[in-house]
Design a protein around this ligand. Structure first.
Ligand SMILES: [Fe+2]
Ligand SMILES: [Fe+2]
Length: 299
């Protein structure tokens, strides 16, 4: 890690401690077994899965499976984030807590999909293996960018899980996805808060990181088999798409971090500030192009 960024991260340790304490206070612990419909589970050996077992719509099933495979990749997210956090630091302790909480998401979602027979267990496992064998990295190798990326990614998964649960039209799926989304929201608030403290400490470094992450952002999951087809299905269903990314992720982050109102910047930082401020319009334009291409009504 470059030493400037190492110092920068170390300088916000008090904010990390405060945000972690707030998180522990705020987050309601939950148990997946209280939501999963175990009484519905049947042997897949005696009664092999067939498509007609599924009760959810195809696009909701696609969304839940894609979200599950994304959650399954937790070891890679952990490894990447942990590699930037000094041993014994508050950030390192937070990363352990975050990993523990994230671990429940795939447990809950997989248990739901298997007991309710809303996915083919064989292809789910094949896809999981292929996804994890491919590995994952954000493509950013500095902690400043990792904090920005994780803020955006937690907010995006919150929206995606929540929307998938709402569209499911199934009370149990709705409840489980709402629980997971609430966790993602709490994680988002933590990472957003640390990023805010980093901006306060060194706006120029963080503007550079925000600019790099926003322009190069892709959700984890691109290595999942059939990702593009599945992502288009989710986009059309309104679970996650470019317009949602613009409305629910980019615009709120830019507003919350007060990018527009940062002052005392160098010429280079001002240039990045302008580019970041112009970025949502580009994404909105791309959203409109996509919506026209797939025949969605533009909002
Ligand atoms: Fe998660
Ligand atoms: Fe998350």
């Amino acid at each position: 890690m470059d030493s400037h960024q190492a110092e920068l991260i170390a300088s916000v340790e008090p904010a990390v401690e405060r945000l972690m304490a707030e998180h522990r206070e705020r987050r309601e612990h939950w148990y997946a077994h209280e939501y999963v419909p175990w009484e519905k589970g049947r042997s897949f050996v005696d009664e092999p899965w067939q498509d007609s077992d599924a009760t959810l719509s195809p696009e909701v099933r696609t969304s839940l499976v894609l979200n599950l495979l994304t959650e399954d990749n937790l070891p890679y997210y952990h490894a990447e984030i942990a590699s930037h956090m000094p041993e014994g630091s508050a950030m390192s302790r937070w990363t352990h807590l975050w990993t523990a909480e994230e671990g429940q998401h795939s447990i809950a979602l997989r248990s739901y999909l298997l007991t309710s027979r809303n996915c083919d267990p064989r292809s789910l496992e094949d896809d999981r293996l292929a996804t994890m064998e491919a590995g994952h990295s954000t493509g950013f190798d500095d902690p400043a960018a990792i904090f920005v990326y994780t803020s955006a990614q937690e907010l995006a998964t919150r929206v995606s899980h929540r929307n998938a649960g709402k569209l499911a039209d199934d009370e149990v799926a709705y409840q489980i996805m709402a629980r997971i989304a609430a966790d993602e929201n709490h994680h988002f608030m933590f990472y957003r808060g640390v990023t805010e403290a980093l901006i306060e400490a060194d706006a120029a470094t963080m503007l550079d990181a925000i600019h790099r992450v926003f322009t190069g952002f892709s959700m984890p999951g691109t290595v999942i088999p059939g990702f593009v087809r599945r992502a288009v299905e989710m986009a059309k269903a309104g679970v996650y798409n470019l317009r949602i990314h613009h409305d629910r992720v980019l615009v709120p982050l830019i507003r919350d971090w007060g990018i527009e109102h940062l002052t005392g910047l160098t010429a280079r930082a001002r240039e990045l500030q302008d580019k970041i401020m112009e970025f949502p319009a580009t994404v909105l334009h791309n959203a409109e192009v996509f919506e026209r291409r797939v025949g969605m009504a533009t909002g």
